[in-house]
Ligand binder design. Structure first.
Ligand code: ADP
Length: 490
């Protein structure tokens, strides 16, 4: 039997990619281009929207050369990153302001001080933070000359990266996004599934610049005539973390996926009932299919694999990230060393933007092996913090977690994770779960898949880890981490 092919566009923070998958979830072709980041001022992070488009297009063309017979496209993307463009020309007004950008921190603090955070959380599931799109949009409107006039004249469009790519792919015919991207703008009411007028007023953003919000599986448009060898429909869109949730087939209430790339993002499926967190987690739309919303709780940790990059590039401890495993295993433990990689502040569940990274517990005989081990162990402790918050919010302790991302190539890290969580951990056969999730949405949209069960049936485990640590050790190590965090926050 021949399997149908789907093209997944995976537009991430550090690279743009196109991957062709079969409906069995096999990768048939892949093309990737590294993407530049610009830091025009301290705390500012930008990308060239034109480069995002050109790179993505080049990758799509590249993989279609080998497999032009794709049924449809799926898109997954870095979330929150904000682009405003002139609808008449498709020209961006300003660089893409990347999710990591902190330029609106002061404005967010002012809004918080004025007592607006509860309202924002009740409606959007988010915290009032520069991370999300709303204040980035406002910044462009306030700082780019002529943008407000363009909006008044109905010529201005806002979009997250998915939306901008669809605009370009369809030759300016479609201004649409999906519910999982919309829910990260801080303008979308995720209880009612509408752009929220009160929030638009609060952030002073005109409604006519916003895209139409569709389900994750929908008719997002077709590629413009002449752009690619054929015309292809776009049938599926989801933000990167939600796409990974789908690729990991976490469709049951209480199921958790955790992705360890540059940062770490853990999502727990909480079912069809909206709920805000009492423990500083975010609530988001996990997916919306046939008009039915499934919610997730999300914990975001800003630095995961980036801590390993730091030891490699800044400290020169090793030349390749995978050497960190042998180094960590060369010692029996960290000898009391804890590495808190809070380079840009602490994310969930602490949300302390002023915290900075620290290595604690150094003694005269500490070696780079101890420090490397502590950086890997930190991934487990950070995840444990999130899992405790999930459990407090929902009363559910997951009986297994599904992990992915570059860091899970490190067996030491994954075993330690399972040990500290006291929970089995599974790695699936296809580790490109984000791109795979988008391909699966396209398969659903084209009718190749009928239900989510078709995705779940394709999910297979490649590595399974069971906890092996004694309770006494687990408690001892984690108590040390908590005490290190307390010292950092003091
Ligand atoms: P992203 O999608 O965020 O760019 P990836 O999922 O590709 O990230 O993961 C890359 C990260 O994983 C890097 O930060 C790298 O340092 C880390 N990494 C990759 N392989 C290993 C390894 N064997 N041990 C530890 N860290 C690793």
């Amino acid at each position: 039997m021949t399997h149908k092919k789907f093209l997944s566009i995976d537009q991430g923070t550090t690279s743009s990619r196109a991957i062709i998958f079969s409906s069995k979830g096999e990768m048939l072709a892949t093309s990737q281009k590294e993407l530049r980041l610009y830091y025009p001022q301290n705390g500012w992070v930008e990308q060239d929207a034109e480069e995002i488009w050109q790179d993505t297009l080049a990758c799509i063309r590249d993989v279609l050369k080998k497999h032009p017979d794709c049924v449809s496209f799926g898109i997954t993307n870095q979330r929150e990153t904000t682009i405003l463009w002139d609808k008449r020309t498709g020209e961006p007004l300003y660089n893409a302001i990347v999710w990591q950008d902190r330029r609106t921190a002061e404005y967010c603090s002012e809004l918080k001080a004025a007592g607006h955070e509860n309202k924002v959380t009740e409606k959007t599931g988010l915290l009032l933070d520069p991370y999300f799109s709303a204040t980035k949009i406002k910044w462009i409107l306030d700082n780019v000359e002529g943008s407000k006039t363009l909006a008044e004249q109905g010529h201005l469009a806002f979009g997250t990266v998915d939306c901008f790519l669809i605009w370009r792919l369809t030759g300016g015919k479609r201004h649409v996004t999906d519910a999982t991207n919309a829910c990260r703008t801080m303008l979308y009411n995720i209880q009612n599934n509408v752009w929220d007028d009160e929030l638009l007023e609060l952030f002073e953003i005109p409604k006519n610049i916003l895209p139409e919000v569709l389900d994750n599986v929908a008719e997002f448009g077709t590629t413009a005539e002449g752009l690619l060898p054929q015309v292809y429909p776009v049938h599926g869109v989801a933000g990167d973390q939600q796409a990974a949730l789908i690729g990991q087939a976490c469709f049951g209430k209480g199921m958790v996926k955790s992705t360890y790339g540059t940062g770490c993002f853990a999502l727990m499926n909480i079912g069809e009932k909206f709920k805000t967190s009492q423990n500083k987690l975010l609530t988001s739309i996990g997916y919306r299919l046939n008009g039915k919303t499934t919610y997730v709780l999300e914990g975001s940790i800003f630095v995961a694999g980036a801590a390993i990059q730091f030891l490699r590039d800044n400290m020169g401890f090793f030349s390749s990230a995978n050497e960190s495993e042998a180094l960590a295993k060369a010692v029996d433990d960290t000898n009391g060393v804890y590495f808190i990689p809070a380079f840009t502040g602490l994310g969930a569940p602490y949300w302390n933007p002023n915290a900075r990274g620290a290595i604690l517990g150094l003694t005269r005989d500490t070696t780079k092996a101890h420090i490397t081990r502590s950086a890997l162990e930190a991934q487990a402790y950070q995840t444990k913090d999130l899992m405790e918050a999930f459990e407090k919010d929902t009363g559910v302790k997951p009986n297994i977690i599904r992990v992915d991302g570059g860091l899970v190539a490190n067996h030491f890290m994954v075993q330690f994770l399972s040990d500290i969580l006291n929970t089995p951990v599974d790695i699936p056969t296809c580790r490109e779960t984000t791109a795979l999730g988008a391909a699966y949405l396209a398969a659903l949209g084209s009718g190749e898949f009928k239900t989510l069960d078709d995705i779940a049936k394709n999910w297979n485990v490649s590595e399974h880890y069971n906890p092996e640590m004694t309770e006494q050790n687990r408690d001892h190590y984690y108590a040390g981490w908590k005490s290190a965090i307390d010292k950092l926050s003091a």
